[in-house]
Write a protein that binds this ligand. Structure first.
Ligand code: ZN
Length: 201
């Protein structure tokens, strides 16, 4: 390989790592060198963990989370509040909410948001499956925890309309000031949302 200083095996590792989000060829090369240096402490355990993940990780058929069991640990947990269902765009969002330990609800991962330009419609998001789950389950409140992007909010409104006939309480996350945020740094949209949804002290 022209310009290559390492053998094809190492080059392949660099190229694969460079495909990870946030890593370019340069940082991938540094990561590979680090792995080589920490052969026993890092490279060995990492490759074992990856092989295991590749073998065992599945998508939960109930909520769309990723786990080593189907249904996932969250869906199987009897202590979870079955009355509240949190709808999120991605597994990353589900994990972010779980890390914050704010509630003990159940989830539904859409796997995307409505985006007509990219050909993502209600069928692609499996909204029928969500409705079916709500119709047969014990859910009383649906929290639409979707991103504050145009597509995220369009999707939230679409789902809210879809849920209306079911007579469930439907809420969405508030928009406004981030905790620790300074007014001077905020964009106009965030300021407008914070003003619009101001609360009484
Ligand atoms: Zn699940």
């Amino acid at each position: 390989m022209a310009g290559s200083v390492a053998g094809p095996e190492i080059e392949r590792l660099v190229q694969l790592l460079a495909r990870l989000p946030g890593l370019g060829p340069r940082s991938a090369r540094r990561a590979v060198l680090h792995l080589m240096r920490k052969r026993d402490e890092l490279l060995g355990p990492l490759s074992e963990a990856m092989a295991l993940a590749h073998e065992r990780i599945v998508t939960c058929s109930v909520c769309g989370n990723l786990d080593t069991s189907d249904p996932c640990a969250i869906c199987q947990d009897p202590r979870r509040d079955g009355a509240t269902l949190v709808v999120v765009e991605s597994v990353a969002d589900l994990w972010a909410l779980e890390r914050a330990k704010l509630m003990s609800a159940r989830y539904h991962v859409l796997g995307g948001v409505l985006s007509p330009l990219d050909g993502v419609g209600p069928d692609e998001l499996g909204l029928g499956k969500l409705i079916e789950r709500l119709r047969t389950g014990e859910t009383r409140e649906v929290i639409l925890a979707l991103n504050a992007t145009v597509d995220g909010q369009t999707t939230a409104h679409y789902i809210a309309d879809l849920l209306q006939p079911l007579g469930l309480k439907t809420t969405r996350l508030a928009h406004g000031l981030p905790v620790g945020g300074e007014l001077d740094y905020l964009d106009e949209g965030t300021l407008a949302a914070a003003l619009e949804r101001r609360t009484e002290l």
